[in-house]
Design a protein around this ligand. Structure first.
Ligand SMILES: [Zn+2]
Length: 527
């Protein structure tokens, strides 16, 4: 009986084998996910096969068997997110697992922003590759550190010899694998630098098809002049421009994205390759030194202290600060919340208004300005500034050439009161702005989080789910993904990220970090 049945089935079996040849083996097979490939396309049900850290196949019902198989039924499978604006310098060894990024779907960070980077990129490459992180890292070469290494914090123009030295550093950095050149023109010594010096250095990056990423000279009252300067640099150095953390600061400037976003569009029409990036929050975060006049900040901490000890200078600084506060139509420094002050951590999470009262001073803005000077005299502090409007944030977010960025570093869980963006940026985009407010479609958001950054920074074979690309793959629950980090409780990981693979290795498994550190230094594609 058995043999008869076998005999009867034989032709069918043969036929089936011809149509379905033996399944190909692979290291990892992700089955039945809703695949969003990163290119802006909507999802389809499909599988991904990974071999040797790269995507071997992607499509419907792949005939593969995996050494390891993941069932992604009901989940989105997408390319790992590329965070275009981070500041990892100095924090790389604090948590090589980079858990805050991994839990938020980030597989590659671009560091070296706002003019602040390592200056020896060859050395940095070896450091990253020998340290081993869970995330990939690419870097820009930062103007402030290049300038400091040649002429310190001097408040003057560079001599021709100094400019040449700076050009050589940028040239070497690009040869060593930097993705571009960054400036931070509100920080010392960027603030002392005129446009021609930046054009000259941007030209060095342009020779290697790098980009120019800028924290502009102003994001408030003079924002349109600052955008013009960034575009001038792009035009004259013939280099793509990325304007970092695009925003409108100060309540009296709210609504002006109606002017600034069209400036970007007009520049693109003119032929300048310009993009912008944004963190999806209405508070910013930086040093409280940005509240003090630039000229006070030259030449380092001892000089800052000496200047601020002079009664006449103090008077001038307080007048300057109160003038700016008035312009913002504010009566107190309640919008400035200290995130990290090392001499007294009880200040962390308190506003300047509150700290001033803690010091037993009168509830007056004049004394609050004095409190800021006191903090500056003792080394300065990091702070979160609540100063942006929701309407601008949304208008910027909808702009097709806007990307997302945390503007953060590797977070040490529980340390200080940092901006929540270091934990929740991408989950916030997916939860608040895609799922709840429907400002963007899921495929648009993923395009802005993966392919657009990869194309913009010319990262080789990343940012899309394509055959031959590195297997930076994330799997998340579109119904559950959500940021948890808040201004009051910033140390909270995002929810909904289920599995994360970096270069084909699993870094997050069922929402738990595996401890794997397969990240590597990522160079720009050679052109
Ligand atoms: Zn910045």
């Amino acid at each position: 009986m058995k043999s008869i049945l076998l005999f009867a089935l034989l032709p069918f079996t043969l036929f089936a084998q011809q149509k379905n040849p033996v399944a190909t083996g692979c290291d990892l097979l992700i089955r039945n996910g809703k695949i969003i490939d990163g290119g802006g396309n909507s999802w389809y049900y499909g599988d991904i096969a990974v071999n040797d850290g790269k995507i071997a196949a992607v499509g419907r019902q792949l005939n593969y068997t995996g050494e390891k198989t993941i069932d992604a039924t009901g989940l989105i499978v997408a390319p790992g997110f590329i965070d275009v604006h981070t500041h990892l310098e100095g924090d790389e060894t604090k948590d090589p697992n980079a858990t805050n990024f991994i839990m938020d779907g980030v597989t590659t960070c671009i560091t070296g922003n706002c003019g602040s980077s390592n200056t020896d990129i060859g050395k940095y490459l070896h450091f990253i590759d020998s340290l081993k992180l869970s995330i990939n890292v690419a870097t820009l070469i930062g103007h402030n550190d290049v300038r400091k290494s040649v002429m310190g914090r001097a408040n003057r123009d560079a001599t021709p010899e100094e400019l040449q030295k700076m050009e050589e550093i940028v040239d070497q950095a690009m040869k060593d694998g930097a993705v571009g050149f960054s400036t931070g023109l509100i920080y010392v010594p960027g603030t002392y630098t005129k446009t021609p010096e930046i054009v000259a250095l941007a030209k060095e990056a342009a020779k290697y098809n790098g980009i120019y990423a800028t924290h502009m000279r102003d994001e408030g009252d003079s924002v349109t002049y600052a955008i013009e300067e960034a575009l001038t640099i792009g035009r004259e150095a013939k280099i793509p421009v990325e304007i970092s953390h695009f925003k409108l600061s100060g309540q009296h400037n709210w609504g002006r994205s109606k002017e600034t976003v069209p400036m970007i569009e007009a520049a693109r029409k003119e032929g300048i390759e310009v993009t912008i990036d944004q963190y999806p929050y209405t508070a910013s975060s930086t040093s409280i030194s940005t509240l003090i006049p630039d000229e006070i900040l030259a030449d380092g901490q001892d000089s800052i202290r000496a200047r601020l000890q002079n009664p006449a200078t103090r008077k001038y600084v307080i007048k300057y600060m109160l003038g700016r506060l008035k312009k913002r139509r504010l009566k107190h420094y309640d919008y400035t919340v200290v995130s990290y002050y090392s001499p007294d951590t009880t200040y962390n999470g308190k506003s300047i208004e509150q700290i001033n009262l803690m010091k037993g001073r009168k509830h007056k803005k004049k004394f609050e300005a004095q409190t800021i000077i006191d903090l500056m005299m003792t080394g300065g502090a990091g702070a979160v500034f609540h100063g942006m409007g929701d309407e601008d944030l949304k208008r910027i977010m909808k702009y097709p050439f806007n990307m997302f960025a945390s503007d953060a570093s590797i977070r040490v869980f529980g340390s200080g009161m940092p901006h929540p963006r270091g934990y929740g940026t991408n989950a916030r985009v997916l939860a608040k702005y895609v799922r709840d407010e429907k400002l963007l479609s899921l495929q648009q958001a993923i395009y802005k989080l993966a392919k657009l950054p990869a194309v913009n920074l010319k990262l080789e074979k990343r940012g899309e789910l394509k055959v031959g690309y590195y297997a930076d793959v994330i799997i998340f629950d579109p119904a559950k993904v959500k940021d948890q980090a808040s201004y009051d409780k910033p140390h909270q990981y995002s929810l909904g990220m289920i599995h994360v693979f970096v270069n084909g290795i699993q870094v997050l498994k069922n929402n738990v970090h595996t401890g794997a550190t397969p990240g590597r230094f990522v160079k720009k594609v050679k052109m």
